[in-house]
Design a protein around this ligand. Structure first.
Ligand SMILES: *Cc1c(COP(=O)(O)O)cnc(C)c1O
Length: 231
């Protein structure tokens, strides 16, 4: 199936349910992103800063770019002028840096807190307690140029459906709790980003309203890095 066919069938699959489709285009060349674009896709996710910047420069300006990979504070400045959403916020320091550069660019940048739900050592993210601590802090309350739109989580890479389901269930429950405790009056706190190609159906069953799909749309990734990262 072509990229356009894949998008069409995913749109059909999610028709009538409120799920936003983020096309994860990391490692994929611009032509393939354009195929998705021409099929109507406007939301794209990348995990490397330099790749994101270079693609943004050459591709249509109405694309909404989401950063979904770990972000170092010294790289925030490169994406602050244009990024639509940073899904991988995992510390107050990073949030403060995003706020600083958003202010310089006279913008408010939408962010998700990345919550650690997997049973693996390698995944970034805040624990439930750390997220609460961040939201309660004066440092956070002082920030005027960021807006927390919701939470993002990556489940364990495992064949156990039961485990993945439980992790997504917990994140959904936590999302409801955070919304009630900290964002009761803010309708903009509305995004629960969970689910990748291997597990997005489970994630949707557990309440996800944004799925991040790479291989389901573009096919499997062969190369790990698109180009050498220099920034
Ligand atoms: C690569 C990536 C995805 C998409 O992965 P697929 O398995 O190809 O769908 C989703 N989320 C994050 C954070 C990623 O890094």
């Amino acid at each position: 199936m072509s990229i356009a066919d894949n998008i069409k069938s995913l749109k059909k699959e999610t028709d009538g349910i409120k799920v936003t489709l983020l096309a994860v285009s990391k490692t994929k060349p611009a032509e393939e992103l354009m195929e998705a674009y021409n099929a109507g896709q406007r939301l794209f996710g990348e995990n490397m800063v330099q790749e994101l910047v270079e693609k943004q420069e050459t591709l249509p300006k109405d694309i909404e770019w989401h950063l979904i990979g770990h972000l170092q504070t010294n790289k925030v400045k490169y994406i602050a002028p244009f990024v639509s959403m940073i899904q991988s916020v995992d510390s107050i320091k990073l949030l403060q840096e995003i706020n600083k550069h958003a202010e310089k660019n006279k913008r408010v940048i939408d962010c998700l807190l990345q919550i650690y739900i997997a049973d693996e050592d390698t995944k970034y993210g805040l624990g439930f307690d750390e997220a609460i601590e961040l939201l309660r802090s004066e440092e956070y309350t002082a920030l005027k140029n960021i807006r927390i739109r919701g939470l993002m989580g990556i489940a364990t890479n495992t064949d156990s459906e039961k485990q993945v389901k439980e992790e997504y269930y917990e994140l959904n429950t936590f999302f409801d709790g955070v919304k009630t405790s900290f964002f009761r009056k803010e309708t903009s706190f509305d995004t629960l980003s969970m689910g990748m190609s291997a597990d997005y159906k489970l994630a949707i069953e557990q309440g996800s309203n944004m799925v991040r799909l790479g291989s389901t749309i573009f096919g499997t990734r062969v190369v790990k890095h698109w180009k050498n990262d220099t920034i």
